[in-house]
Design a protein. Sequence first.
Length: 503
Amino acid sequence: MGRQIRVLTGIQLCNLFGINEIRYTRDKKKKAQALGLGVVWVLLILMFQFYIGGYAYVLTTVGMAELIPALLAAVISLVILFFSFFKAGSVVFQKKAFELQTSLPVKKASVIISRFLTMYVTNLMLSVLVILPGLGVYVWYGKPGLLFYLYSAVGLFVLPLLPLTLATAMGAFILAVSAKWKHKNLVNIILTLLLIFGGSMLMSGKAGGTGSESFADLQVMLSHISEILKEKIGTLYPPALWFGDALTMGKGESLLVFVAVSLGVFGIFVAILQKYFLRICTALNASYTGTGFRMKKNRKSTLFMSLWKKELRRYVASPIYVTNTIIGYIMMVLVSVAILIVGPEHLDEMLGIPGIQGMAEKIFPFVLGAMAALMPMSSCSVSMEGKQWWMMQTLPVPGKALYGAKFLANLTVACPFYLVSVVLSVLAFRPAGVEAVGLVLIPALYIAGSAAVGLAVNRKLPLFDWDNEVRVVKQSASTFVSMLVGVLSALIPIGLIVIRNMQ
């Protein structure tokens, strides 16, 4: 069984990162693209580590160094839980690999564990990149003993296990429920979004308090802020507190509980999933046919409208495609609702940032634009065609019509969320003159611009030889570059506005 897990995991990791293709391809253009993307990743990782190290240094200077391990563990666990939730179900229950692997002489547990380990390896690398700079600062100033290094090594390997197991369990639950329905993709999308935003509201409630409570009398609370933060971490995610106590206080029993809970939850999950694995995979690969079919009048559409409808049908047919690209638009509406309920006049009190109220009306359109540009649908619309793309290329279809339909489909998805968010924002801020025009036009420009940039980037960096939609939607170069361009295009004007108001 161990050899089966090792071989299956190795194959999936090679496919996931495209290692074999880069290693053996003779296409110099692909190798150059991979090298360039690798350089960008290295630079971003170094910047991110510098930020984490700086944050840990600030905690050290204010006398809260003992919070560094627990705080970073809580942050990385929540990040793993959130992002793994989107792809866990699709990775564990891969449709295309289901028939192939079930015909092989391998155990179900080997298939499940190997697919789980594929995600574990990527999240372990993320955990190490986030934790190590902070722990390095803690070691430099705290001078811990030998037990710290031993507990850190054990804790780091176990840290991604629990949030990844919980994310996979939620993904398996959604797929198991949606597999019983005729319109399983629609049910999958709805359940995923409900769990995401329901969980976010629950964590916000558990975190408790508001900015006015935390910052109203900072000098009085400064001596107790460490205990307050520690209590919040324990409320949000108790395993992070066990991890922190083991490293900073040398509590072996805390590390033992942390490891036992993580491994125990994982073992229970694998045991349960073995029983229902084939049933869920079979249901996901099943198709439903209507019993009362009646021929209706055929309708003729223009070439462009046919391509546009095809794009929308392809979009809603993939839950992973929808849930990843629609989040930014939903966030636009939620933020607008929050501003309308709280009121712009209470932003200083709510966020605890002095002077934010005066800048809010100028910054808010760019905030909406950043959310709209977070991950445009067009950034992977070409790659989603997969190995069928050559068929579209051989048809007598003009390129403008083909790409224009993808662009229009992106705008069609974004338009309802844009209209709702703009109406709510106008009601909240009640702007006049230039501010009103900016509040309406800036988010619209970001939606159209991000759709155009995403489509252009995906044309330059397509990915057609994928075996899982997760690789296209979440791990492709075009998605990463489009997201980076969109976010930076919003952060730059926001930064300039803040600097100008501070002068």
